[in-house]
Design a protein around this ligand. Structure first.
Ligand code: FE
Ligand code: FE
Ligand code: FE
Length: 173
């Protein structure tokens, strides 16, 4: 029986470590993204797209607050670490702006593509975090993380909608 108990506890311990590590990564990523969203908004031609980036800037600030709450529900101080993936995604976004800034008809489509890559990274991260919180029965953390996951998915859908309505038709013309 003792062995069985041990087997049940071990994965949880490791899962907790992974949970905290991923929380730190996404906290770093969200902070890095604030600057990125400013640049995306500044580069956007369409008012709708600019507004979408600005709205998501505000949501991202809220998501950072939510992550701080998540840390506090598990008794840890909120500490982020540099997310290398976000750094790379934002570097690519910079390259895109540079490559297409003289072609306003494609620039918005390119910005949407860069932003959706970011959102998909976040959706994967928060999706896993929600699952870990559920498995460890951190109910409050699960709720907070699920709220952010829903915002990231909504943002992704909104960007698709803008692409369908404006940006891609401009690029295809
Ligand atoms: Fe986010
Ligand atoms: Fe990361
Ligand atoms: Fe996001």
């Amino acid at each position: 029986m003792a062995t069985q108990n041990k087997n049940q506890e071990m994965p949880n311990e490791h899962l907790h470590e992974l949970f905290v590590d991923e929380l730190r990564d996404i906290l770093g990523a969200e902070k890095q993204l604030l600057k990125g969203l400013k640049k995306l908004s500044a580069a956007a031609g369409s008012e709708t797209l600019k507004k979408a980036f600005d709205t998501h800037y505000g949501q991202t600030e809220g998501q950072i607050e939510r992550l701080k709450q998540v840390f506090s529900t598990i008794g840890l101080s909120a500490r982020g670490k540099k997310c290398k993936a976000m750094e790379g995604l934002l570097e690519e976004a910079d390259e895109i702006v540079e490559s297409f800034q003289d072609q306003p008809e494609v620039l918005d489509a390119a910005l949407i593509s860069a932003a959706q890559k970011v959102e998909h990274y976040e959706i994967a991260s928060y999706g896993c975090l929600v699952t870990y919180a559920k498995l460890m029965e951190h109910n409050e953390a699960e709720e907070l993380l699920a709220a952010t996951l829903a915002e990231e998915k909504d943002t992704d859908s909104l960007l698709t909608e803008i692409a369908m309505n404006e940006a891609n038709t401009g690029a295809a013309a």
